[in-house]
Design a protein around this ligand. Structure first.
Ligand code: DX5
Ligand code: ZN
Length: 217
């Protein structure tokens, strides 16, 4: 089992000081930062675009974990790859060429991930497991930070982990939404290894102590 990887989500950082958020993450020795991209259609909110990712890339050597919450992700993967994304994750729910878009992300030189909403069953991802670097299980309905963790995601995490073991696959199993030390522990027990944390990380009185505690979940 991989050691737990804490991935701070800059959605919960100061949007006028994104480089400072990335610098804090880097100073704590955390290798990844999570960037949420929302289009106002797939989710009822707006956040960042490729220009934001490009600016982060100019200011930070971190692995940039881009989570696309878009109705038409295939239209935008090239722009995010060119901007300097390290990994691009796309949702399964909208209708488009999922396999072709995952392959395109890899051709563009990025790692690729597939994302499942809380009401989407694990079976929807099953045909793609050998073709991805990461599966992201949403533990809230995407669109906003600060929502409560959904425990009904735990069996889905366990199912994906079981398929990963049975097939000797190496994708990461990431969770996103309502993650704190307690809910991360529950996800870890179910098989997750990669933990996006927005509010709990950037809202912590002492992010260094939070990261240290996280390493021991
Ligand atoms: C929600 C986003 C999350 C968000 C998590 O749609 O995908 O990445 O930043 O925020 P918290 O950790 O506050 O639930
Ligand atoms: Zn996210």
């Amino acid at each position: 089992m991989l050691p737990p990887l804490l991935v701070p989500s800059i959605l919960a950082g100061d949007h006028a000081r994104l480089a400072d958020s990335a610098a804090l993450v880097g100073r704590l020795g955390l290798p990844w930062i999570h960037v949420d991209i929302m289009d106002g259609h797939f989710v009822p909110n707006l956040t960042f675009g490729p220009g934001t990712v490009a600016a982060l890339r100019r200011n930070s050597p971190l692995f940039i974990d881009v989570h696309l919450m878009l109705d038409e992700p295939a239209r935008y993967v090239e722009a995010f790859a060119t901007a300097g994304a390290s990994q691009i994750s796309i949702h399964i729910e909208p209708a488009y060429d999922h396999a072709g878009t995952l392959a395109q992300v890899r051709r563009l030189g990025c790692k690729c991930g597939l994302v499942l909403n809380p009401d989407t069953p694990a079976a929807a991802a099953e045909p793609f497991l050998a073709a991805v670097d990461l599966v992201l299980v949403m533990t809230v309905q995407p669109g906003f930070g600060g929502q409560p963790f959904r425990r009904d995601a735990l069996p889905k995490i366990a199912q994906l982990d079981a398929w990963r073991r049975d097939r000797r696959l190496a994708f990461r199993l990431e969770v996103d939404g309502g993650i704190d030390l307690a809910t991360a522990g529950d996800c870890r027990a179910a098989g997750a290894d990669t933990f996006v944390a927005g509010t709990s990380f950037f809202g912590a009185d002492d992010p260094a102590a939070f990261a240290a505690a996280f390493a021991r979940i």
